[in-house]
Design a protein around this ligand. Structure first.
Ligand SMILES: Nc1ncnc2c1ncn2[C@@H]1O[C@H](COP(=O)(O)OP(=O)(O)OP(=O)(O)O)[C@@H](O)[C@H]1O
Length: 939
């Protein structure tokens, strides 16, 4: 080190002494290292420690360091440089002074004994340990997360739940991309049961623990919301306890530096809260002032709410997951992500991860792809896992990959899962030899006692609104140690902070629902109509709301409502499974488990309840009159009814349901329908005697869903499938079916993933379906090539009168083709070619051709790239006074000169009601020049 540099370090400490005194915090780490390197002796350390305040201690250290010379001064800075986490406030200063340790100093050892860094390391270690395995595989079957984690579709939504595209990498989840409310602090991840919300969090936590997540969060605290329900009402804890007792405790922190640091730098914290819907709490609890002080003790649920609302640890990063349907106030949400499950390519990846041998993969894929319904079920990762696990079980035990036909319902696959758990326990050494015939009845009969005990435990949990059970409850239900290893239950380690007896939960809430349904079936002590218990509860339940947040953010007047925000999905699932267990398909098995008389009685009761409930639901709905006919908008509960009807397999009930649909258009938009539901919808539709319109916009039905609806298309006059993740293969199905029956009048395919290949198929539908009036195919991936196919078909169609092509990329090539279609078209009244990259070249063609069209009334050309070059042509068209009423030229590139052409032309026109030209290249002053022409709209 040269002399100049030596002088510099000593000098720096003198110059910046006061700043260092105020900013150096972790004193112990500095002392430990100075001592270890022999720069300080024990006595020096003692003198420093004897000083009472922190600032005085730093002063003392600086005094000693400077006395001991330049090398020690440089080493002092080197400690701060190396242990960046602990001296975070000083890092910008080190950069500013351009600190680089000399060769002599940089070889010296610095040990990080800072409590904060050590805590971070401990957090990462524990997080890595807790998240490396997928726990839900039961103790015996732990699987590395790495080995099975598969990406899923994650759609970014805005405040109004409109799509903002898909998450491309997990890092994007935390970043600023698609943030619609910068003031909000919550990244809200929602999705259906088993779609992978918990696994997604686990993956993020695991990446964080490996430092592989793109974030500057150095602390990560994970909570499962169901934990907040196990505290007693009177229990009060501090924020510190919540973090340290229920997550990870700092081992060595005599001066409470970790907590202080957390309070000072909340932005360095990443919280994950899983399963907001699982809070089963009495809101009276919260009828006390909000917690905002970190020192205040409060009920854990209040701490949770204060954290989520940003009243505590404001600016910390928070990811919250919940089941779809739980609405949370937008003001606390930063961005929203909807999990949509496995796409076909994800499913393929998942098969490959599950089945290592090529032959097995092929066999599984063969059976899977032969059944769109099975594929639909498998788009939900949980159900997919169950199906694949069952395949493996069937293969191991019976050398076959064949799922029985009756198993391809939700109840069917849960029965198979249970069978596989039980058959592991019942198989003796000899029977482990592969059997050719599967005997589920024998397996269930042999395990009836355990099945009943599990079922009772599950049911009692649901009754008291709990997903967690303790050892006493388990024993009281008659379950043995051995039963615990079967796989139905898994231990819950997180909640043992008080050293209480071990807690357990079911492998998944849906399995608890399934077993609870089994209890309703097996129970011969209660009266038979107690099977309807949860049906009644669900129909009574109010719409889910966000009152928890209201309490925090508004003055909610209605605080006495019990459990208003808990979802009732788990009860709906129980009802659904009950329908399945009582279905004809499973009678053979059930008759061995419960007396046939009781079984029959329960089945009759259920059928009669379902019939009445379908009737009252459908008759109670208001009907609306629309262009497309008499319309009824069903409520999300209807979907559960349809699912139940399908699960019963009863044609009588399906027929009755269909008969109750008196409207000619049934609207199922925003009902959270996924592809697996389409078989159920199709089942009911099959029993419809008349033609019907089906509006399923804004759901998640995907290509598998469309395939399942195939038999219904013969009677569908309205097919609305916008915003449903459809690709060209769905359009192939539509073309085949719609062209066969030719009854379709309205086709809505807006915002899917249709390319030119699909556009060509839609063109065929337009050409061949003589009743087709409305086609909406905006926001797809159609270029000029597809635009040409569509335009040519429209040109030939005499029935088409409304076409929406907004947001494709047909450009001038497509515009030219549409121009030809418009020339003398007999019927086309409304056309949108907005946001299609059309320049003046395309604009000229369109304007010219339109002169020969007297039927078009509304023409949308918003957000294109037309300039003044084509303005004279539009002016000519305006002068031609063709009958056009609304011309939308918003957000193009016209300047004052082009607009002047239009304004002058308007004087010769009688039909036009408006030309909208807002967002072109005119300043306010220029726009004002045209105020006298009222039909030229700038607003
Ligand atoms: N991305 C994934 N890759 C592989 N397997 C997955 C994935 N997501 C989910 N799974 C499988 O599905 C099971 C259920 O997933 P998870 O518990 O995350 O669902 P969830 O959305 O949290 O459900 P719930 O709302 O009912 O709690 C997992 O245990 C795992 O087996």
């Amino acid at each position: 080190m040269d002399q100049a540099k030596k002088v510099k370090c000593l000098y720096l400490l003198t110059c910046h002494r006061e700043m260092l005194v105020s900013k150096v915090r972790s004193i112990q780490c500095i002392l430990d290292n100075l001592l270890a390197c022999g720069f300080f002796c024990e006595e020096d350390v003692e003198i420093v420690q004897r000083t009472t305040t922190k600032t005085a201690q730093v002063r003392k250290i600086l005094e000693f360091v400077q006395c001991k010379g330049e090398e020690v001064c440089e080493y002092f800075l080197f400690i701060i440089y190396k242990v960046g986490d602990a001296y975070i406030d000083l890092q910008p200063w080190l950069k500013e002074i351009n600190f680089h340790p000399s060769n002599d100093v940089s070889v010296m050892k610095v040990v990080n004994t800072d409590p904060i860094s050590r805590y971070c390391a401990k957090l990462r270690l524990e997080m890595s340990r807790d998240t490396s395995f997928i726990m839900s595989y039961g103790q015996k079957e732990e699987t590395h997360l790495e080995d099975l984690y598969t990406d899923t579709l994650m759609e970014l939504l805005n405040n109004s739940n409109e799509s903002l595209g898909f998450v491309e990498s997990l890092d994007q989840l935390l970043g600023d991309h698609a943030v619609f409310n910068p003031q909000g602090e919550i990244i809200y991840v929602m999705g259906d049961a088993g779609v992978g919300k918990s696994i997604l969090l686990q993956k993020l936590q695991n990446l964080w623990s490996q430092k592989a997540l793109h974030t500057d969060a150095i602390f990560c605290f994970k909570f499962r919301c169901r934990m907040f329900s196990i505290f007693k009402e009177s229990e009060q804890i501090s924020l510190r306890d919540l973090l340290f007792k229920y997550n990870c405790h700092p081992d060595y922190d005599p001066d409470d530096e970790v907590f202080e640091y957390i309070l000072r730098f909340p932005e360095k914290i990443l919280f994950t809260f899983d399963g907001y819907d699982e809070i089963q709490e009495d809101l009276d609890l919260l009828n006390v002032p909000e917690v905002v002080s970190p020192d205040h003790e409060a009920h854990p649920l209040q701490l949770l709410i204060s954290l989520l609302c940003g009243k505590l640890l404001k600016n910390s990063q928070k990811i919250l997951t919940a089941r779809t349907g739980i609405e949370i106030q937008s003001k606390v949400i930063r961005k929203k992500v909807a999990l949509r499950g496995f796409s076909p390519s994800h499913l393929k990846t998942y098969i490959n991860l599950h089945f290592k041998e090529r032959e097995h993969r092929e066999q599984v894929a063969l059976q899977l792809y032969a059944s769109p319904h099975l594929c639909g079920l498998c788009s939900t990762p949980l159900f997919c896992w169950i199906v694949f696990r069952t395949f493996r079980h069937l293969h191991t035990m019976h050398d076959s990959f064949h799922l029985p036909e009756t198993s391809i319902t939700l109840t069917g696959i849960f029965l198979l899962l249970s069978e596989s758990f039980f058959s592991h326990s019942t198989s003796t050494a000899s029977s482990l030899l592969k059997k050719n015939t599967r005997c589920s009845t024998e397996t269930f009969k042999a395990s009836l006692k355990s099945l009943f005990s599990f079922a009772k435990l599950a049911f009692q949990g649901l009754e008291r609104g709990s997903f967690i059970c303790n050892q006493e409850e388990i024993t009281a239900c008659g379950l043995t140690e051995e039963d615990l290893t079967l796989g139905f239950l898994k231990p819950v380690s997180e909640f043992d902070a008080n050293g209480g007896s071990a807690n357990f939960e079911f492998l998944h809430v849906t399995l608890q629902s399934f077993l609870a349904a089994f209890f309703l079936l097996l129970d011969d002590q209660s009266s038979a109509n107690s099977i309807l218990k949860f049906f009644t509860e669900c129909s009574r339940k109010k719409e889910q709301s966000c009152q928890l947040f209201n309490l925090c953010l508004n003055d909610s007047s209605n605080q006495s409502e019990k459990n208003p925000f808990a979802t009732n999905d788990h009860l709906q699932f129980t009802n659904l499974f009950l329908c399945g267990l009582l279905s004809k398909a499973h009678t053979g098995l059930m008759e061995h488990l419960v007396s046939p008389v009781l079984l029959k009685k329960k089945r009759t009761l259920l059928k009669s309840y379902l019939s009445t409930s379908v009737k009252s639901h459908l008759h109670g709905l208001p009907h609306y009159h629309s262009d497309e006919g008499n319309k009824v908008h069903v409520l999300p509960n209807f979907l559960w009814i349809v699912r139940c009807v399908f699960e019963t397999g009863s044609h009588d009930i399906a027929y009755m349901t269909a008969k109750c649909i008196t409207a000619n258009l049934i609207k199922l938009g925003y009902c959270n329908i996924y592809s697996g539901d389409c078989t159920a919808i199709n089942f009911v539709m099959q029993h419809c005697q008349k033609r019907l319109g089906l509006d399923m916009d804004n759901n998640n039905i995907s290509d598998y869903g469309v395939k399942q609806l195939k038999p219904s298309f013969c009677k569908l006059t309205v097919v609305r499938l916008s915003v449903n993740l459809l690709s060209d293969s769905s359009i192939e199905v539509l073309r085949e079916e719609l062209c066969k029956y030719k009854v379709v009048e309205v086709l809505g395919l807006y915002n899917n993933q249709i390319t030119d290949i699909g556009a060509k198929l839609v063109a065929q539908i337009i050409e061949e379906c003589p009743k087709l009036r409305i086609v909406k195919i905006g926001k797809n991936k159609i270029t000029g090539v597809g635009g040409r196919y569509l335009a040519a078909a429209i040109q030939k169609s005499a029935s088409i009168f409304d076409v929406g092509m907004w947001g494709n990329t047909i450009g001038d090539e497509g515009a030219k083709a549409f121009a030809e279609a418009l020339r003398n078209h007999p019927n086309l009244t409304n056309l949108s070619l907005s946001a299609n990259g059309i320049t003046s070249v395309g604009g000229k063609f369109l304007a010219e051709a339109l002169k020969e069209n007297s039927v078009l009334r509304i023409f949308w050309l918003v957000q294109n790239e037309m300039t003044d070059d084509c303005a004279p042509h539009w002016a000519e068209l305006v002068k031609a006074d063709t009958g056009l009423r609304h011309l939308w030229l918003i957000s193009n590139q016209f300047t004052v000169s082009g607009i002047k052409d239009l304004a002058e032309a308007l004087a010769h026109n009688t039909a036009l009601q408006e030309i909208c030209v807002k967002g072109n290249q005119l300043c306010e002053e220029e726009e004002n020049k045209f105020v006298s022409e009222e039909r030229l709209r700038f607003h």
